[in-house]
Write a protein of this length. Structure first.
Length: 323
């Protein structure tokens, strides 16, 4: 059964129950809605091709949801990016397993975890959102669903990743690298010309993770969250600490209470620092976009940056950091 019919059949449609996201938030949200934004796309790191692709689509009138999907697909297909999609680093047993999610302005979302052999997990996540009564599919079931939906299976383990993995096997030391070659997981938020926000996050997870490990990136609220009346947030870095803080949800809720995206990102990172005395050993970074186009970004270690496409051009901005 398709999701919409399922929701109707279950009699839990948000409008009827008065439960539409953000419907009780009259203060910050109402204020922020007054200013009509121009389209804008922001993404973690300097993924300029991805942000340009999404941004140009927004300027052509494409919806935020279509733009984020098309934008992050660029990195999923980029073989040089060893932390997303095809060419992503494997787990310690040599499995390339992908995690991704997508969230629509309606509050609908879809996610896949531990997905193998499919180059574009974000598009499978979108199908989960639109074609199933569920939010998240994992592993074998997610793969079966993807194949049913017409996605092609392919080997995502490149010669280069295999060589690097074999090198890693010599010492087998699990030590996630901070700011991997200045790129990493892609998280993206788009605001379209109707003022709607959508987001996506996609990754191969931390290199040489345990078989079966899932990070924050496909977890709604952790790696990505948005409320179309307030704004959105996405994360990159050590998934375990981002999950423990439910960081993206926290940022959106702080924005709802009137914090700027910058203040909200800083509070979320400070929460992680407080929860984790070993915070110097890992990176955690957030970017956030409010309904009126304001941006925030904060991380633990310097070296993280975000890219913004606005006024038809990309700008890469180094993030403020705690250390
Ligand atoms: C994860 N947050 O799987 C992702 C990976 C990442 O820097 O962003 N690495 O934990």
């Amino acid at each position: 059964m398709k999701r919409r019919n399922f929701i109707k059949a279950a009699g839990i449609a948000g409008a009827g129950a008065g439960l539409l996201p953000g419907s009780l938030n009259l203060n910050a949200a109402t204020f922020r809605k007054e200013k009509k934004p121009t389209p804008i796309c922001i993404a973690t790191w300097n993924f300029h091709e991805a942000s340009k692709t999404a941004g140009e689509l927004l300027y052509k009138g494409t919806s935020a949801l279509d733009a984020v999907e098309q934008g992050v697909r660029i990195e999923e297909a980029n073989l040089k990016n060893t932390t997303v999609g095809n060419g992503g680093a494997p787990d310690r047993d040599g499995n390339v397993t992908l995690d991704a999610c997508i969230m629509a302005p309606s509050g609908d979302c879809g996610s896949v975890v531990y997905l193998k052999e499919i180059e574009h997990p974000v598009s499978v996540a979108r199908k989960v959102m639109e074609e199933t009564p569920h939010v998240m599919l994992a592993g074998e079931g997610a793969l079966q669903f993807a194949i049913q939906q017409g996605f092609q299976q392919k080997n995502l383990f490149t010669k280069e990743s295999e060589k690097a993995w074999k090198e890693w096997l010599k010492d087998k030391e699990y030590k996630p690298i901070i700011n991997i070659e200045n790129h990493d997981t892609i998280g993206m938020l788009c605001l379209d010309d109707k003022g709607d926000i959508a987001g996506a996050c996609t990754t191969s997870g931390l290199a040489y993770k345990m078989n079966g490990r899932i990070g924050d990136s496909p977890i709604i609220g952790a790696g990505l969250y948005l409320d179309n009346e307030i704004g959105g947030a996405v994360a990159t870095g050590m998934g375990e600490v981002i999950m423990k803080s439910v960081g993206s949800f926290l940022i959106v809720e702080l924005m709802r209470q009137g914090k700027s995206p910058q203040e909200a990102c800083e509070i979320a990172v400070q929460r992680i620092i407080k929860q984790n005395p070993n915070y110097k050993d890992f990176q955690a970074a957030f970017i956030a976009l409010s309904k009126n186009g304001e941006i925030g970004s904060y991380c633990i270690h310097e070296g993280f940056s975000y890219v913004k496409f606005q006024d038809r051009k990309n700008t890469n901005t180094p993030s403020k950091s705690y250390l």
